[in-house]
Write a protein that binds this ligand. Structure first.
Ligand code: ADP
Length: 270
């Protein structure tokens, strides 16, 4: 955006000309918009679980409840507390990312087994979506990784696939080696992402500005955290999407090569 205004220049009581002033405010307005949206998003995201915890504890304190009902209320309080903890952890992660204080504990990890475990949990627990896992059953691929961060990365991507798809939608998790990389694809048949939003998608606090995303809720931090985790593992993350048809997020991670020097011929000098 450019603001433009014209000003007449008078000198000695006479009109001498016109000055045109152009000011590029594209960056300022975009940052301002994201900031104020973030403040309202955060207050909403924090207020909703807090209100629910407050409401249920008040009910429990005020009334004699059947054990059944008590159990149900406690489950809700537990789930909402978990949600709040997740939010606070995301804020802390972003803050650590910015001050380069994020610590990684790398070790050799069979990432196929880990993703299979996450996917199988989703297959077993999702009552609203069908989760399919496409992988070679015998595959074992080792990477240097921080296991907790890897769980956070794929947890975020699978959660988003569920969150931005209507009930009954299908989510496919595909794992395939490609040369010295492991390619992991998380594909959904959800609301999709408008083309103009794709370049901004991994920026922190960015949320697609439409009524569907607003209704669904979130902080716009998950994908920024995902990108940071992938970067720390020397990998790549990218997205393909068609608005109204679905999205596909692909993560590529370097595989540990099995003793590559053993394959090279040895040269004997006699
Ligand atoms: P959040 O979900 O908390 O808003 P994210 O950083 O995880 O934040 O995602 C940023 C934005 O990208 C979301 O607000 C949403 O608009 C869009 N998005 C992410 N994943 C998907 C998906 N699988 N399908 C459609 N839109 C998505």
């Amino acid at each position: 955006f450019v603001t433009l205004y014209a000003e007449g220049i008078h000198y000695g009581g006479r009109f001498r000309g016109t000055m045109l002033v152009l000011r590029d405010v594209t960056v300022e307005t975009e940052v301002d918009r994201m900031k104020s949206e973030f403040v309202s998003t955060v207050s909403h995201e924090l207020r909703t679980p807090l209100a629910s915890i407050f409401g249920y504890t008040e009910l429990m304190l005020a009334k004699e409840l059947t054990p059944n009902r008590q159990q149900r209320y406690l489950e809700t309080i537990h789930a909402e507390t978990e949600r709040l903890t997740g939010l606070v952890n995301d804020f802390l992660d972003v803050q650590r990312m910015e001050s380069s204080q994020q610590h990684y504990h790398f070790k050799e990890l069979d990432v196929v087994a880990m993703i299979r475990e996450i996917a199988e949990f989703q297959v077993g627990s999702s009552q609203t979506h069908t989760v399919l896992l496409e992988t070679d059953d015998a595959a074992v691929e080792m990477i240097q990784a921080d296991e907790q961060k890897m769980r956070q990365l794929f947890g975020n991507l699978i959660n988003n696939a569920v969150k931005y798809s209507p009930d009954g939608g299908e989510i496919t998790i595909g794992i395939e080696p490609a040369d010295d990389l492991l390619r992991i694809r998380i594909q959904d048949e959800g609301i999709g992402i408008p083309r103009h939003a794709l370049p901004e998608l991994f920026s922190k606090f960015y949320r697609v500005d439409n009524s569907d995303s607003r209704k669904i809720g979130g902080t716009g931090l998950g994908l920024a955290i995902c990108q940071e985790i992938v970067r720390a593992h020397e990998g790549m993350i990218h997205v393909d999407s068609t608005e109204g048809a679905g999205s596909s997020f692909t993560v590529e991670l370097p595989i540990i090569q099995e003793n590559p020097t053993a394959l090279s011929p040895t040269l004997e000098i006699t």
